[in-house]
Design a protein around this ligand. Structure first.
Ligand code: SF4
Length: 184
């Protein structure tokens, strides 16, 4: 087990905007959890991974974020104490489970923040047909980068004539460990 003990756990409202109905929390740890970061990044689709500074940022649904440092877990955006605790237990479980399975996981050092909207856009049908629910292909490309929509939500992309583009787009997203937000 890589992470056994949380030394201290503090839950607070962000000072910058005390009117916000969200909580932030910080858990300080006994152990250095940074060895698991490239494996977590591979399995959970980290939003940003800075290997030299050993910081891994996970973007969850509904405006929630988890930032992992070697001896600290910061959780932003929980609705209440129960959710804050549940998110801490979830990430602790992921850290230990993924660490146990690390021999079967290919570590990843790229992250979703490296995806470029213009590269995604080039691989879309570029018809601005609005079938995805977005006004333009550019708006869809930006949402896709953020994990807020899926490839299946662009119906024309699944037509035979766009097969090559779709396969290139899937490969591009996979290279950066892209995941839709609703997988969390
Ligand atoms: S459905 Fe696809 S082609 Fe149509 S606007 Fe959306 S992204 Fe563009």
């Amino acid at each position: 087990m890589l992470l056994e003990k949380v030394k201290n756990y503090e839950i607070f409202r962000p000072k910058c905007d005390s009117s916000k109905e969200v909580l932030h929390s910080i858990a300080t740890l006994e152990e250095d959890i940074s060895p698991v970061f490239p494996y977590l990044n591979a399995e959970l689709g980290g939003w940003d991974y800075n290997q030299s500074n050993q910081v891994l940022l996970l973007k969850l649904s509904e405006g929630k974020w988890i930032t992992l440092h070697p001896r600290e877990i910061a959780i932003r955006g929980a609705r209440d104490m129960e959710e804050s605790q549940a998110l801490l237990e979830w990430i602790k479980g992921q850290i230990n489970d993924i660490w146990e399975r690390r021999d079967q996981i290919q570590p990843r050092y790229t992250s979703q923040a490296g995806l470029k909207v213009m590269e995604i856009l080039k691989l879309l049908p570029l018809t601005n047909c609005k079938a995805c629910g977005y006004a333009t292909c550019m708006a869809y490309a930006a949402a896709l980068r953020e994990g807020e929509t899926r490839l299946e939500d662009c119906p024309p992309l699944w037509e035979e004539k766009y097969r090559e583009k779709r396969e290139k787009l899937q490969a591009y997203l996979n290279e950066y460990g892209w995941r839709p937000l609703d997988e969390f």
